[in-house]
Unconditional design. Structure first.
Length: 138
């Protein structure tokens, strides 16, 4: 149902994924054509990263409305975790050529996405167990 706590976790995961499109995860300098250049890395930095980040944001939002099919919600949550891992690999490849730099404060929001997804999966699993226990009583 839409009033369950996992709806909040899925919504937060989706919103944080969309926030990474504009907010930078990493900023620093890298050498391009022999010149030190300051740059920021966000999801809009590359096309593949943008596509996977939009997918990472859409999957939890779609899962919210599949509240009658809890098995599919868990599968979508696990799929979102897989997409998160792929996005993290793309971020690593984007950060690798930097000579020096730091993670920004917004990167903390990015690392909260899998936490929210896991909390949502746990809530959905608890719902499945609750429905099964009520069915046994009937």
């Amino acid at each position: 149902m839409l009033q369950r706590i996992q709806t909040l976790w899925l919504l937060l995961a989706g919103v944080l994924a969309f926030l990474t499109i504009k907010l930078s995860i990493y900023s620093g300098t890298r050498i391009t054509a022999g010149i030190n250049e300051f740059d920021r890395v966000n999801a809009g930095s590359s096309l593949f990263l943008l596509i996977f980040t939009v997918g990472l944001g859409l999957v939890p939002l779609i899962a919210i409305f599949l509240y009658k099919n809890r098995g599919m919600q868990i599968k979508l949550g696990l799929a979102a975790l897989g997409v998160y891992i792929i996005c993290s690999l793309f971020y690593y490849l984007k950060i690798k050529p930097f000579t020096n730099g730091n993670f920004t404060i917004w990167s903390g929001l990015y690392f909260l996405i899998p936490v929210f997804l896991l909390l949502a999966i746990r809530g959905i699993y608890k719902d499945i167990k609750l429905v099964k226990s009520i069915d046994r009583l009937r």
